[in-house]
Ligand binder design. Structure first.
Ligand SMILES: [Zn+2]
Ligand SMILES: [Zn+2]
Length: 93
């Protein structure tokens, strides 16, 4: 059996697929992946990277030189040196 759908039905189906591409952040903010821009997994409310779900200990740092956000990983309660991957500035407190 072959199923034929009209163009409007196809559009509806496409929209459903898009809606399933949502990112939900722990802070309660959610958004469409397609609306996320360059970093679709980064929450615009709290700055959390929702792509790396395993890396719960990662901390967000905003580079004081280029203002780009990057993660500082904490290994065995020891913080790694917060070096900006974009410009190489060491962002120490
Ligand atoms: Zn958030
Ligand atoms: Zn930087």
């Amino acid at each position: 059996m072959r199923i034929q759908i009209s163009e409007s039905q196809f559009k509806t189906l496409s929209e459903v697929v898009k809606k399933n591409n949502k990112v939900e952040c722990k802070c309660g903010h959610s958004w469409d992946l397609s609306d996320g821009g360059k970093d679709p997994y980064i929450c615009h409310e709290c700055g959390r990277d929702n792509e790396k779900k395993k890396d719960e200990t990662a901390k967000y740092i905003k580079c004081r030189n280029c203002n780009k956000k990057f993660t500082q990983t904490i290994y065995k309660n020891k913080k790694s040196t917060p070096v900006c991957p974009t410009c190489g500035t060491v962002n120490k407190d």
